[in-house]
Design a protein around this ligand. Structure first.
Ligand SMILES: [Ca+2]
Ligand SMILES: [Ca+2]
Length: 225
């Protein structure tokens, strides 16, 4: 599933570049894993509930100039406001749109990340938002789709607002995120977190957000299920 998802996203990006090519750069990727939590738990996702995600970065494109051999990179998402889950009564699939929200990537030589339990807590998010700010952005969309099994996918688009990465070749890149998550019964989810998340932040230097269609992406997931 993980590889399939990445393949889908990259394939879509390559397709979009092929159609709308301006400078022909390939997509750059940040790969991350971690845990998410929402006000009162992800079920139910009521209007106004806020979603946050704390992750460690397992792979990061050289574009971001972070050396994971010596540095810890972390990713933190916060302030995504639920518009309330819509549940398909036939399939049990819950779709939740979120508004607002920010995403940030940090790098530091201090390998201190600690999810702890019952976030927010003394180490989360504090140990995920320390060090140098590599990238920061505002969400322009975020959607989470949870199947009846409790597993699902998420996808979002981002307007970059800051961080050292923007000083490089990516001042006008477009950013999208996508990923999968496992249900509450998945192994080793710290108490107080709702989901185990595995995703990517995808950077495209010559593609408008609109060229990566959420409908196309969703159909890719559906085909895989
Ligand atoms: Ca909730
Ligand atoms: Ca840290």
């Amino acid at each position: 599933m993980k590889q399939g998802l990445k393949g889908s996203v990259i394939a879509l990006s390559v397709l979009a570049i092929g159609v709308f090519a301006v400078r022909g750069a390939a997509a750059a990727v940040v790969d991350y894993v971690g845990y998410a939590y929402e006000t009162g738990g992800l079920v139910p996702s009521d209007p106004g509930d806020q979603l946050a995600v704390a992750c460690t970065v397992s792979q990061i494109d050289p574009l971001f100039q972070v050396d994971l051999g010596t540095q810890e990179a972390t990713l933190f998402i916060e302030g995504l406001v639920s518009q309330g889950a819509t549940v398909n009564q036939t399939t049990g699939t819950a779709t939740t749109l979120y508004t607002g929200g920010t995403i940030a990537v940090y790098a530091s030589f201090d390998h201190n990340h600690d999810w702890g339990v019952s976030p927010p807590n003394p180490t989360a998010p504090s140990t995920f938002i320390d060090g140098d700010l590599v990238f920061m952005g505002d969400f322009t969309s975020f959607t989470l789709v949870m199947q009846a099994s409790g597993s699902g996918v998420f996808q979002g688009t981002i307007d970059a607002t800051g961080g050292t990465a923007l000083a490089g070749p990516c001042s006008d890149c477009s950013y999208t995120i996508a990923g999968t998550f496992n249900d509450l019964t998945g192994a080793n989810i710290p108490a107080g977190y709702d989901l185990q998340v595995d995703g990517i932040l995808d950077v495209d230097s010559a593609v408008d957000n609109e060229n990566i269609s959420w409908g196309d992406l969703k159909s890719q997931f559906s085909a895989g299920n």
